[in-house]
Structures are given as C-alpha cells and as structure tokens.
Design a protein around this ligand. Sequence first.
Ligand SMILES: [Zn+2]
Ligand SMILES: [Zn+2]
Length: 865
Amino acid sequence: MVSSDQLPKNYDFAEVEERWRSTWCDEDHYFDKNSKKPQFVIDTPPPYPTGNFHIGNALNWCYIDFFARYKRMKGYNVMFPQGWDCHGLPTEVKVEELNHITKNDVSREEFRRMCHELTEKNISLMRLTLRKMAFSTDWSNEYITMKPEYYGKTQLSFLRMLKSGYIYQSEHPVNYCIRCETAIAFAEVAYDDRNTQLNYFDFDGIEIATTRPELLAACVAVAVHPTDERYHHLIGRTMKVPLFGHEVPVVLDEAVDPAFGSGAVMICTFGDKQDVHWWKQHNLALRKAIDRQGRMTGIAGKYEGLNTTDCRTAILDDMKAENILKRQEQLAQRVGACWRCKTPIEILSERQWFVKIMPEEIQKAAHQITWYPEHMLLRMENWVEQMEWDWCISRQRIFATPIPVWFCKKCGDMELPDEKDLPVDPTLVSPNHPCKKCGSTEFAGEVDVLDTWMDSSISVLNVTGWDGSGTPPYFPAQIRPQGHDIIRTWAFYTILRSVALTGSKPWEEILVNGMVLGEDGFKMSKSRGNIIVPEEILGKYGADALRQWAAMGAATGSDIMFNWNDVVAASRFQTKMWNIAKFALIQLEKEGFDQNAPVTALADKWLLVRLSDTIQEVSTAMESYQFDTALKAIREFAWDALADNYIELVKGRLYTGDASRQGALLVLHTAFDALCKLLAPFTPYFAEECYSHLNKGKSVHKQPWVSFTYEDEAARYEGNLLAQVVGEVRKFKHDTKLALNAPLGKVTIYSPHTVNDEGDTGRTLNADVHWRTDAAKLDRVITDIDFNRAVIGPVFRKQAQAFMTAIKALPPEHLVNPPKTIIVEGSEVGIPENSFSPRFSYEEEGEKVDVITVGDVIVTIAKSA
Ligand SMILES: [Zn+2]
Ligand SMILES: [Zn+2]
C-alpha cells in the first residue's frame, strides 16, 4: 500500500487519467472466442467518421461502456466492438470542398481514394477521443465499412437477398435529391413547413389550383370527386393541357377533396406521393418533365433546360400573358426535403434497386426484442405500419459499396459474380464467364452503388461472425444500443436484413438513448451556437466527470440537456470521495485491518446494512440499464451514509486505538472496497486510482461485481435514528452558536431498544451521552408565547394588542388547548386558528434541558455539564 503521505492533497484528474490510460492494456477488453463464459455481444453503432466524436455520441457510448464494464464484472465474455460507417455523401462533399473539385473532375477510383484518405484521418482522430473517455472498446473487433473485408459482406448480403427475391430492380417513382443527384430512401426525407403560392388558373374551361405550375408538362390527368356534380359533364372526356396542348383523361377518385380549390385537381408525374398513388390506381401515362439534375426535359418544350424554379416563373409569366392565371394565394405547406442538404425532393421515376418490405415479419421480430425503454417499440410499430414504398437501396454516387451486378451488352441479361470472388467492383472488372443467355463477353457493370444503410444494417451480422454459411456463431447479439433518431432507419433496416438473411431477430435487447440538447434546451446547432464538444469537457473536468453527467443527466431514453453545473457537481463528488479515500487509507495503513474483527457497534452494522441495500439497488438498476438510478444510489451512499454520517460517527473511535477500532476499520475497508467496484463502470479512472491504493496495485476492472449482503433489520432502523439523532444534535449546536466540537454536557437518548454505540455518539457530539430504554420523565413549562401577527393583524386591527394581552392571561392548559372564544375589551371574539403557539421548555429531574424528538426516540440535552 502506498504510504498515505504520498497521496496528493487534491485529486488531479488530468494526471490520473493520463497515467491509467497508458497503463491499461487493450487485450483486457478483447472478446475471447474460446471462453466458456456466457457471451454478451454488443452491436455498437458505427459512427460516421466526421473527425468529431460529438456529445450525442459521447452519451450513447457512455451508456454502452457502463453496461459493458458491468457485464464483464458480472462474469460475461463481452464484445464491445467499434465500427466506422464510412460511405456516403458528406465525405464526398468534404473531399470536393477540400480539393476544390467536383466528383466528375477525377476518375471514380481517384475520387474513392481521396474519400478513403480523408476517412482514415478522421477515424484516427475519433479513436483518440474514444480512448480518452476510457471506453473499454474491443479493438480486436474493429470494423471499417469501406474496407474490402466489410463491403464484401455487404455485397454477399445483397446477392443473397437478390437470389431469395427480397431485392429487385424496377422503374418506379423514388424520392430524389437533385442537388445530391441521388435517389434517397423514404426514411431520409425530412419534412419542413414552408410557405408557398397556390396558383389558380384556367385549365381548358375549369379552374385548377396548383403549387407546382412547372409540372404542367408532366400533367397526365385531371381528377374530380365522383359525386361532384359540377363536373359530371366532363366524365368520359379528355381535356387539353394549357400551354402544352396535350390531351389528358378526366378520372374520378374518392380521394379528391371537393372543398379544396375548385374541387378539380391535376395529376402530374410526380408532384407528390398522392400523384404516385393516383398514377398507379388509374394506370396513367408517365411523363418525365424533370431530369436527375433538376432540369426540364424535352417534353417541357420551350422550357427545356430550365431549372424548376426558373421554369415556374416562366410558366406563370406565360399564364399571365395568355390571361389564364386567375389569382394567387399564400399556402402553408409541408415539403419533403433531403435530410442531408435540405433541398426539396423531387419524385422521379427511375430504374432503381429495391428491398421488399415485409411488414409482418418485421413486426414479429421487433416484438421478440426487449426494448429499453419499452415505449420505443411503439415508434417502430408505427413506422412499419405506415410503410407504403419498398426501400430504395440504389444511389447514384461513388463513395459506396458497388452493386455487384453486370448486364450483358448484347441481350441485357443480368450476370452475378461468384460469392467467392467478392468483393467486386463491376465497373472495373468483368464476369469470368460469357453471358449465360447469349454467350456474349461484352458487359456493362452497374454504376449505381448501395445506400450506406445497406452497409450498416449488417453490423450485427458482421460482429457475430456471419460469413454466409449458416447462422453466425455469436448470433443473435445480446444488445443494440442506439439513438431514438435512427429507429426508422438503422433499427428498422437491421431487423429487416437479419430476418431476411437468417430468419431471426438480430438482438435480444435494444437500448435506446435520447438526444443531447444544448444548455438552452434546444437541439445543438451551429446557428444557435450552443454546441458543446466532449473534448472541451474532457479538458476542463476529465472523462470521469463527463461520464457521470451522462449517467445522471436523465432517465435512459429521455432527451438530456447539457449542463455545466452537472459536470461541476460530478467533479466535486470526486473531490469529496478522494478526501474519504485518503482518510480511509490513512486509517487502514496504521495497522491494517482484521478480516475477522467482530462487528458489534450500531454505526458499523448500520453502514453494512446501508451498503448492502445500495449494492442491491445499484445491481437491480444496472440490470435494466437505469444508470441515473444506479449512480444516484451510489452517490447517496458515499456522500450521505459514508462521508457525512458514518465517518463522522466513528472518527473518534478510530482515533482511540481501542479494540472496538477494529470493527470500524473492517467496515471502512468493506465499504470503500465495494464503492470502488460500484463506481468502476461509471468512473473507471477514479475507481481504479482508489482501488489500486486500497488493494496494493490490483485493478478494480478485473474484479467481480460486488456480491456483499448484510441483513439486520434492527440495525437499519436504529442506525437511521442514530444518524438522525446525531445530525439533529449537531444542528442544535449550530443553531445555538456552539462550535461542532464544543463540549455539550449531558445528552440522554431515550430509545425503546438497547443500543451499543461503542461510545461513538459521545465522541462525535463531545458530550456525556447516556442511552436509556425507559421513558423520559419530563416536566414541561410554558416559557413564552409566539404570536402570529400575519393572522392577528388583519382580524383584530386596533385590538391586536388587547387580543394578545388576553391570550397571555390564559391559564397554561388553555394555551395548549385554546378555547373557541375569548373576551377582548369586553366583547367575546373567536380565537383564529394559528394565531399563536406556546413555547415550551423542559425540565428533567429539576434541571432545564432542551428536547429533540426523532421518530420514537427522545433526546434531552443539558447544556451545562
Ligand atoms: Zn440532398
Ligand atoms: Zn447476353
């Protein structure tokens, strides 16, 4: 054990955290493939390598590390892998920015190489933050989705789902971002409220209102409600589209709202989801007026080549010129926009690849998973229920997993690679066999690439050892931790893919965390300037304080507001604990402690009971991922029971050198040892530092979870009273302006039970303390009366003084039980409630004493000894 005088006065988190970081070995956190222990595999989220591990990530990872460390202590073979979800647009955009190029300026390979390089750099930056935060990552199970060994699996999963009919290609309307020049999934559409203009114009004799006149070229029908008599004359007719002149049918549809606008609407391919619905329903023609770059196509005639905004202006101008624009109104509208760049999406009909969505099997698997918190399952249910379109998985980008497919240039037949040849880039290599249908050797590789969710939705298959042959060895994983913002995407897609590829649910449990809000209660954003970065907190208060904030900030699943005060409080807790640790270490160092010392004193037994209760509470909370409950219980025990009460009670005994000192030393060691273990998942550095001093260099992180139990009902009850009695008497000293260590005289404690306090109470209070089991014999005298002027004043006004004089004249028994009325200046008046209270003083055996009651315990204090 380190000599106590070597312990620094203050806890220096920077020095301690740095030292342990360089001492700990990565190998201690490796998942052991040969272990006989039960497995606990975590499907850690692979963050996008932006280079900044943000505070939301930090919260999520703190949760993961809390239970990863806890489960290891509980005897599980834990896998806490770390993945990186690399592909996607943000990196492409960043590369274009940094190199002042567009993706079309260099070859696809060169562009990919640049994306790789940037991603590698960002990953190494983020690894550093992960290490500083003391996450017990299993670096032997790190995966990087842009590496061949990973995206080969993505391609394998694609081929398997293609063969089993889950994946198909088709020309179908999809959500399309014309800025990003790619299709996006329904889950990637973010809705925004905007103001737009509703334009009423003459459409071949009837009035139609539209917010998107630029789609006039794509008009394929006019729809009216079947019962709308205003338009009965149009049934069976075609109508001529203004400005463009093509004829379109009139269709009847119940979904048309006769009260909106004129009750007649035009159907375009495609203005919105409703158009898609009608287009299918009525088997309408397809007119593509907007291309992938957001420009008007040939069918737009003289507007060809304009972007949609310019086209809108031009068409409105021409409508005015032809005198068919009747009026314009402002309209509040919800507009679907690309979640990454906020550009309003277009719905374009394109040849794309899709994953079939089977709602029933997804619902079934989702229900077989335990959700923390439970209500998050509802969000999944609702999402699946409202699913209308299949998942569009093809993207028209570059930095992504290639779709491993070729098409025969001669007959158009689709050719697939052999699974053993994966990964392949079909734009760089050709099939190793001629076309199976026509024998041609000319192929075109698919240039579309896969949605990044196709990579990340097999993270669980990857970490559980999936290689395409049968059920993966560690499947299903035990838990998926993730934010509630990606339930519709990552959780949904993962369940879909696991069921499609293995027939089973991906995990046993899912733990959903909330979002971190800024100090102002709003979502963190650059424009609000309320972004807090983990590195800043790490620099000022250290990882353990940040981790405590994450645990204590809110119940698991709730959004959590960042608050510097919480971090400061966490840091104060460490200071306080460090002081306790030093005190305990000094005491234990004096002569060690006797493992078999008898525990007889009430304070000792009480602390053991409180410790046992705390361990029980913390363990239960950890099992259900209630980290705030767990850490709160630990802090209460450490701060209230141990520091403020127990140590104050036994300090004197520890200094006496009596035999009874041994009991206190044993209890101190037991409590301190357990506290280190309880804190280990939350404050790994601090717990390690304390534990290594307490147990000669041993690591707390290699210890089993605390299993200590201690039952003594009487000690729990009486000990609580004892702690309260001492607390109240100390408060009495404070209130009567006595120093806390000032001698007090005689203190008699009338408790119904026999108490062995080993003299603790007397030493703590510096008083002559007597415990008695008989009843206190006290004489009570009224020494004064406290009048409540706030009651008396308004009722009696000028008579207030007279009222008080009358009360003072009452006999003592009436002061205790006042009559209903009293005579004031000759007239009978009511005595208002709470208008006065008698002040008592007590005498015990003829001596004046102060009296305090705590539950059924009466304490008398005779100040002058
Ligand atoms: Zn976009
Ligand atoms: Zn062919």
